[in-house]
Structures are given as C-alpha cells and as structure tokens.
Design a protein around this ligand. Structure first.
Ligand SMILES: Nc1ncnc2c1ncn2[C@@H]1O[C@H](COP(=O)(O)OP(=O)(O)OP(=O)(O)O)[C@@H](O)[C@H]1O
Ligand SMILES: [Mg+2]
Length: 388
C-alpha cells in the first residue's frame, strides 16, 4: 500500500456483488477510501455527496448504465478520473466511453494487478494535474505581480517626466519673481517710483503665471467630467475665431475657418472640452511663426470642421516653422515646450487627455520650415462613452 493512496477516494459502481466485494477489498487494502454502490442511481447519489477523485464503474447495468453515469459525472466534474469495467464483446461501448473521456477501461474477469495499475495511473494523473494547476496559479500570480511592477515603474517614470517638466517651468517663474523683487527692492531703496511700477508689473505677471500653472496642473490631474449636450460642431470654432482674430491680425497671420455651415446639425458632445482642444491647437499654430516676420511668407492658419459618418473632425493647418524630430516624438508624452517662459507644454498633453476621454484620436503631420497639420476626431456618441 502506498501511503499517498489514503489521500484519494474511489466510488465503485457494479451491480454484481462478487466483483464489487473483491474490488472493495483490494482497493481498501491498497489504502484508498472506497464507496461501493450497487447500481448507477446509487452511484450518482454517492458521487454528488462525496465528490470522489476516481470512479470505477461497470459499463452495463440496469437503470443508469456506466456510459450515462460517465457523461453525468464529466458534465459537472471534468477532472474526475473514470475507469470503465467492460465484459467481453463490449468493445463498442468501451470505445464510446473513451469518446466521453473515460480515463481507462479494464475487462472482466478482473485481475487485481490490472485494476491496481489502472487506479495507480489515475492517481498519477490526478497528482500531475494538481501540480500543473498549482504551477499555473503560481505563474499567473507571478505575471500579475510583474504587470503590477511594470505599471508602477511606468507611473513613476511618467511622474518623473512630469516633475522634470514642471521644475523647468517653475524655475522660470521663480527667476521672474526674483528679478521683479530685485527691481522692487531697488525702487524702495532709491525711492524710485519708475522701478516700483516696473517691478510690480513684473511681479503681477509672474503671479499670474504661477496661478495659471497650478490651475493647469489641477485641470490635468483631475478626471474631466464630460458634459455631453447637443451642440453644433461649428460653435467652438466660431468662438475661437472671434477670440484669436485680433492676435492673429497683429501677428500678420491670416486666420481662416471652414465650417460645416448647415444649420440643422446637432452633435452630442462636451463643447467646452472641445473648445479647449481646438483652442490649444489654434494657439500653437499662431505661435508657429518666426519673429520677426518674413516678408516673403504669407502666414496662414486654417481651422476646418468636418463630419464623417461616425465622427466630427477638427483640423488646424499652419504654414509655420513645423517641428523637429525631438519635439515630434515627445509632444504627446511630456510637458515639453520650445517657447521658454511663454509656454508650459500643457497644451497638447491636456488636449490629448480630453480627446482620449472622448474616445477620440489625435495626430499630426509636420515638416520643418513648412508647417504642421494637427487633427482630432471626436466620435459621434451612441449614448455615453464615459461617465454620465
Ligand atoms: N503647430 C505647431 N507648429 C510648431 N510647433 C508646434 C506646433 N504645435 C505644437 N508645437 C510644439 O510643441 C510644443 C508643445 O506644445 P504645447 O501646446 O503642449 O505647449 P506650449 O504651446 O509650448 O505651451 P502652452 O500650450 O502651455 O502655452 C510647443 O512648445 C512647440 O514646440
Ligand atoms: Mg500650446
């Protein structure tokens, strides 16, 4: 008897008392816990009650026969090892039982060595399967832990990049504040009103910058609660045109828009968020021209509103300076700015975030010295893409 056998239980179903008793004695002697049953119905009841690891069943029995019992068992417990006992000439039934995933079959007259070997093989399979399951569980756990570690390191690296970008902007503002306090000090020491006014103006500008920066940070960090309302996709662009017209004219830029035009279009979208996105793209386009002005160049920024079957598309084209490789690779990933103290690098990061929250897309093409084309697509809503 193998000591391990005590850990396994066997349901034994046979209507012939002689065979049942011999098998019961043999298997109990080998160390197994055995439940004998004299027919299929009793076997099924015992199975559901005790969930044995192994079932040995005669194939031909009155009432529920061996094949039916096998099918029922496999339906609720596919891992149970079922060994069939067959008589001579039951070959068809034996083959059928293998189709229903019987583990093995032994033929009458039963030889106890044969039954012990069949049961031992079943025990080995159960123990291998248990080990495989435990390895798989360990592996899944390991993969989950590794995934978590990767997520954490990604988050840390994003946080790192954000802090690096921020510290650059904050350093610029701190430099401005230091400069203005120096001028104010000079004004106070020398009782020079001109210095006082100049220092104070500078200080106010830098206070505005730090206030805007913290607002940008807050806006970026919080999850936008999108408010979808039916609105005309042209509306945000009309407002932007009105807001930027003066600035564009002063910079000698021809700011034009192509609207959908038709009055009866209404799209369910968060107009305020879309306004922010297109505004960021348009503001960048206006910034894309070298100062001083090149007399040869006609400066153009064009904003398009288009509609496809399933999305509203906003495009902003400019014939400005374009972007170099480094900027192209990082604009959507880091708070990068090439505008010194005038920029924060929040524009495109915020735009990308809003577009993603709308389940939309953002992209661009650009050529250095020739200009850039930015676009965003906002899918037309079936109902609610996110939140409410
Ligand atoms: N149309 C464009 N043409 C050329 N460069 C662009 C254009 N749009 C974006 N960029 C480049 O991408 C950088 C990041 O743009 P983003 O809008 O994120 O920040 P920013 O404009 O520098 O600052 P902010 O938007 O906070 O004022 C810009 O500094 C600029 O170098
Ligand atoms: Mg910008």
């Amino acid at each position: 008897m193998k000591p391990d056998n005590q850990n396994y239980t066997i349901l034994l179903v046979d209507d012939e008392p002689g065979i049942r008793n011999v098998l019961d004695i043999t298997l109990t002697h080998a160390g197994f816990k055995v439940w004998p049953a004299s027919n299929g119905d009793q076997g099924w009841d015992l199975f559901r009650e005790n969930h044995p690891d192994i079932v040995i069943t005669d194939i031909k029995m009155p009432g529920i026969d061996g094949i039916d019992l096998l099918k029922q068992i496999k339906e609720i417990s596919p891992d149970t090892e079922v060994i069939m006992i067959t008589g001579h000439g039951d070959m068809d039934l034996a083959v059928k039982s293998l189709q229903y995933e019987a583990a093995d079959f032994i033929t009458k007259p039963i030889d106890s060595a044969e039954i012990e070997t069949a049961v031992q093989k079943a025990v080995d399979r159960i123990s291998i399967n248990t080990r495989i399951r435990s390895y798989m569980a360990d592996l899944e756990q390991l993969i989950k832990e590794k995934d978590r570690a990767i997520d954490e390191s990604r988050t840390l690296s994003t946080i790192g990049q954000t802090i690096a970008g921020m510290s650059h902007v904050i350093k610029n503002i701190a430099g401005g504040l230091k400069g203005s306090s120096f001028i104010l000090e000079q004004g106070i020491e020398n009782e020079n009103r001109e210095y006082l006014v100049k220092g104070w103006e500078m200080m106010k500008k830098n206070i505005d910058k730090i206030t805007n920066l913290s607002l940008d940070l807050l806006n970026y960090a919080k999850t936008t609660r999108l408010e979808f309302k039916p609105c005309h996709p042209d509306d945000p662009v009309k407002e932007i045109k009105a807001l930027l017209d003066h600035q564009a004219r002063q910079a000698g830029i021809d700011l034009t828009v192509t609207l959908l035009g038709s009055d009866d279009i209404r799209v369910n979208m968060d107009a305020k968020a879309i306004h922010t996105c297109v505004m960021n793209l348009a503001a960048n386009a206006l910034d894309a021209f070298e100062i001083p002005e090149d007399p040869e160049q006609t400066r153009q920024v064009h904003v398009f509103v288009q509609q496809t079957d399933d999305a509203v598309v906003y495009q902003v084209h400019d014939n400005g300076m374009g972007m170099n490789q480094t900027v192209q690779q990082t604009v959507f990933k880091e708070f990068i700015t090439t505008k010194g103290t005038r920029g924060t690098g929040f524009g495109l990061m915020t735009t990308r975030k809003i577009v993603e929250e709308h389940h939309g897309d953002i992209g661009f093409t650009t050529r250095e010295g020739k200009g850039s084309k930015f676009w965003i697509t906002i899918p037309l809503l079936k109902k609610n893409p996110k939140g409410d």
